[in-house]
Design a protein around this ligand. Structure first.
Ligand code: HEC
Length: 228
């Protein structure tokens, strides 16, 4: 099919017809300008996209860093200060602990340091909003079957302590720790960091272990509030 001939002197802006009019040079210029123009825009957009992406990345990264530095993700109300939990005999004397409790404390302090301190911290203060404090805890210091049940079978669900909400899961330690270990660590925790609850005996732990034998789920707060 031939290209329809245009009358001489008629200007047409359709490049197809334009090319056919014989004015090749003007068509070539037109194409060159178009190519240049689109290449320029392409480069332009690439640059704009690149700048936008870099600026975005810098903004996001610095926001994350700023949050991190300000302790947005993990908040330490005050730095956990490590002190030898077992304490010296002299310190225990000062704290007024009896010989019997002090003996339990060595073992209890060791268990606490190995297992509990990573979450509840060596200071017993926990991490606000993540791990509740044991210092001043009512559940720890009240009816001894409550902390025994917690350590044996775990603890989960939403709780509120000192105005902070916790909704975590504490794992069960009943299969890892013996009755003596649990008695020792609870005795230690109940008499440390200003806590003043009486010791827990292995006999008490044994009794609770027997009564809760079939238990396979961590306890909730409501369940623990019911006497065993
Ligand atoms: C992996 C972290 C972790 C470890 C290890 C851990 N706990 Fe916990 N503990 C928690 C969490 C989380 C809760 C709160 C659960 C909830 O939100 O319902 C809790 C709650 C408690 C409570 C109840 C406190 C209250 O005031 O209600 C006691 C008591 C307790 N833990 C004792 C211990 C003892 C003793 C050990 C060591 C044998 C221990 N925990 C080890 C995470 C841990």
């Amino acid at each position: 099919m031939g290209v329809p001939a245009l009358r001489r002197g008629v200007r047409c802006c359709c490049p197809y017809d334009w090319a056919a009019t014989g004015k090749r040079w003007s068509f070539d210029i037109f194409v060159a300008v178009c190519c240049f123009w689109s290449a320029w825009w392409e480069a332009m957009w690439r640059a704009i996209r690149w700048i936008a992406l870099s600026v975005g990345a810098v903004v996001v990264l610095s926001a994350v860093q700023a949050c991190n530095i300000r302790g947005f993700f993990i908040r330490y109300e005050d730095e956990p200060v490590f002190h030898e939990p077992a304490g010296t005999a002299q310190q225990q004397q000062q704290a007024g602990t009896s010989q019997e409790t002090a003996a339990g404390n060595d073992r209890g302090a060791a268990v606490y340091r190995q297992i509990c301190a990573s979450c509840h911290q060596p200071t017993g203060k926990g991490i606000p909003g993540v791990y509740p404090p044991l210092a001043g805890s009512e559940f720890l210091q009240g009816d001894p079957t409550i902390p025994i049940r917690i350590v044996l079978h775990g603890f989960q669900g939403r709780i509120e302590r000192n105005g902070k909400v916790y909704n975590g899961v504490m794992a069960a330690w009943g299969t890892v720790l013996s009755d003596e270990d649990i008695a020792a660590v609870l005795t230690y925790a109940r008499s440390s960091w200003g806590n003043t609850a009486p010791p827990v005996t292995a006999e008490q732990v044994r009794e609770v272990r027997q009564k809760t034998q079939g238990r396979s789920q961590p306890y909730t707060e409501a369940e623990l509030k019911q006497p065993l």
